[in-house]
Design a protein around this ligand. Structure first.
Ligand SMILES: [Zn+2]
Length: 172
């Protein structure tokens, strides 16, 4: 199995051109080169660690492994920046739209791409976006910006359990 641990990760993969069935992609990828991810976060400080095994199937390619990176997100409690480690397990079938419909085993998602070439950064970006926490928060409230929490509290911006989310509708 060819291992590409010490060479740069390929930007594009054409599975028709595979000399072997299996491929291991391990290395780093700049998170800054992912425009949709950049828009979804405050900062993309670190690069993305990629460790994926690709196994050619009759249609498409099975992709298993892990990707990980640390991203700056907006804390829902104090609105400050919180560094969050995002490290989803990847289990998907990558398939060209040219290959037609493919069977996806249970527990696997489908990643369909246009044309002959799989864009690795796009696949990695998709998986990171899916793995972003819905409500990012500092791990402990003591890590939050206390001044900001007090200010938000005084403005009634911090929602407590007693607050009815539909109260705003009644006012209008
Ligand atoms: Zn916070």
């Amino acid at each position: 199995m060819p291992k590409m641990a010490h060479s740069p990760l390929p930007e594009r993969l054409n599975f028709q051109a595979f000399p072997d069935r299996d491929l291991v992609l391990a290395g780093q990828m700049p998170a800054d080169s992912m425009p949709r991810l950049r828009k979804a976060v405050i900062s993309t400080g670190s690069s993305v660690t990629v460790d994926l095994q690709l196994v050619r199937e009759r249609h498409g390619c099975r992709v298993d492994g892990k990707i990980a990176c640390t991203l700056g997100l907006r804390c829902a409690r104090c609105l400050g920046e919180v560094q969050v480690r995002v490290s989803p397990h990847v289990r998907l079938i990558a398939c060209s739209s040219l290959e037609g419909p493919t069977e996806t085993p249970e527990d696997y998602d489908l990643h369909e791409y246009e044309g002959h070439d799989l864009e690795l950064a796009r696949l990695v970006e998709d998986e990171l976006l899916l793995a972003l926490p819905l409500v990012p928060k500092h791990e402990d409230i003591s890590l939050c910006d206390q001044g900001m929490i007090a200010w938000l509290g005084s403005k009634g911006r911090v929602s407590g359990p007693a607050r009815n989310p539909f109260a705003v509708l009644k006012r209008s």
